[in-house]
Design a protein around this ligand. Structure first.
Ligand SMILES: *[C@@H]1O[C@H](CO)[C@@H](O)[C@H](O)[C@H]1NC(C)=O
Ligand SMILES: *[C@@H]1O[C@H](CO)[C@@H](O)[C@H](O)[C@H]1NC(C)=O
Ligand SMILES: [Mn+2]
Length: 398
């Protein structure tokens, strides 16, 4: 009987989806397997764990939609997109393989339906349409061109109409209006990096919808260095790299001064002036070792006090996590947070208006055979998706 019901549900979904007239509508999400392969788990009649190790890999086995190609008209609420760029890195190259690696590390994300116990939400079943848009085509030969490609690709997705409406406020029942500066309801884009340079073109894209944005940035490094300090700036192009992109973003007015914050900082500095320069770039700081004194609760409190209810962009460098847990990265630093601690802190962002996010600096060639880093990256994004799914990008009109 449960089996029959599942077939009916699948048919109904197929009929509804056929209405929008695309030839690929009958393609099931990759994690949902039809008869005769359907396996059932108690309490869930649509999800199977049978094939998580087989098939074609998208992020969390979400449907692949060619958002920048033939599926331009397909609306979504949260899009995953790869930015395979690593020619702005200073130490270990290889983050161009980050998107593919993170997708491989995400294979088990839909197992048992994806219910997030501490956050009490299943981001896959929260009424939002989640898709994997593949990768932005990025040239490895010309950074200036690549940075433009990333901006254009990101903005194209951000400016698409959403699949779902904003709906009404869960407390007051009043209709929600968008929190964006341009007054439109935008989908969210989660970018799979790529080295951290990609955040400059992403913030340029975000600016077109939200204006200057508050940033929550998890990283062992500041990434606000002046080009003369980081890289020496022998050319205009060399001046934009994975240690300077926030300096440029700040100079361009893309970051909201005073309501942005770094977490997990523990790098050595060229000198104390690096912190003065960081202050001037508009960031507060939480150092990695503060977890020993104020704990995850104290860190969450600091972040929430800094960004308030402002629209916020979330950028996660995988090197915020200790290399014991995530070794495969461009510039590893010991003394970091565990995967558990970072996940706890991310869940502590529940209720914030996270408009888009990224995870960067995953360089799978340096990973263990056990896929430690790519799995950590995928699981971190699962917390981000869960937080996003719980809080619509809307507010009650005054
Ligand atoms: C939202 O509230 C309006 C009344 O303000 C109501 O007409 C509408 O049906 C509600 N929409 C949803 C999705 O509940
Ligand atoms: C941000 O504010 C601080 C303190 O008011 C100021 O010193 C700094 O110049 C500002 N930075 C930017 C980029 O506007
Ligand atoms: Mn970084």
């Amino acid at each position: 009987m449960a089996f029959l019901l599942a077939s009916l549900v699948l048919t109904a979904v197929a009929l509804v989806r056929a209405h929008d007239g695309h030839d690929h509508d009958l393609q099931m999400p990759l994690g949902y397997v039809k008869y005769p392969y359907q396996a059932m788990y108690p309490g869930d009649d649509t999800v199977t764990a049978d094939s998580i190790f087989s098939g074609i890999t998208t992020f969390a086995r979400l449907p692949w939609v060619q958002c920048l190609g033939k599926d331009r008209d397909e609306a979504f609420d949260i899009a995953f997109i790869g930015a395979p760029f690593d020619t702005g890195t200073s130490y270990r190259p290889g983050a161009r393989f980050g998107p593919a690696g993170i997708r491989a590390g995400s294979r088990r994300l839909t197992l048992y339906g994806g219910y997030n116990v501490p956050l009490e939400v299943n981001p896959f079943l929260a009424g939002l349409k989640l898709v994997d848009c593949g990768d932005i085509p990025v040239t490895p030969y010309d950074n200036k061109h690549a940075i433009q490609q990333i901006e254009d690709g990101h903005r194209t997705l951000l400016q698409r109409p959403t699949f779902s409406q904003l709906g009404n406020d869960s407390v007051t029942g009043k209709p929600l209006v968008p929190i964006s500066k341009d007054g439109k309801h935008h989908p969210r884009v989660i970018t799979l990096g790529g080295d951290h340079t990609i955040v400059l073109p992403i913030l340029r894209s975000i600016y077109t919808a939200y204006g200057a944005i508050s940033v929550i940035h998890f990283d062992s490094h500041l990434d606000t260095w002046k080009p003369k300090v980081f890289g020496g700036a022998p050319s205009d192009q060399a001046a934009i790299n994975h240690g300077t992109y926030f300096y440029w973003a700040s100079q361009e007015g893309l970051i909201k001064n005073g309501s942005s914050i770094h977490g997990a900082i523990r790098t050595t500095l060229s000198g104390p002036a690096d912190y003065d320069n960081d202050d001037a770039s508009g960031f507060q700081r939480i150092e990695a070792r503060e977890i020993d004194t104020i704990g995850t609760d104290g860190i969450i409190k600091k972040i929430r006090e800094t960004v308030g209810d402002m629209p916020v962009y979330l950028s996660i460098d995988i090197d915020s996590i200790d290399p014991a847990f995530a070794p495969a990265t461009g510039t590893p630093e010991t003394g970091g947070w565990s995967t558990r601690e970072l996940r706890t802190i991310l869940r502590g962002l529940d209720g914030l208006h996270i408009v888009s996010a990224d995870i960067v600096e995953v360089a799978p060639a340096y990973d263990t055979n056990a896929e430690l880093t790519t799995m950590a990256a995928a699981d971190v994004l699962y917390e981000v998706m869960s937080v996003m799914a719980k809080t619509p990008l809307g507010k009650v009109a005054n």
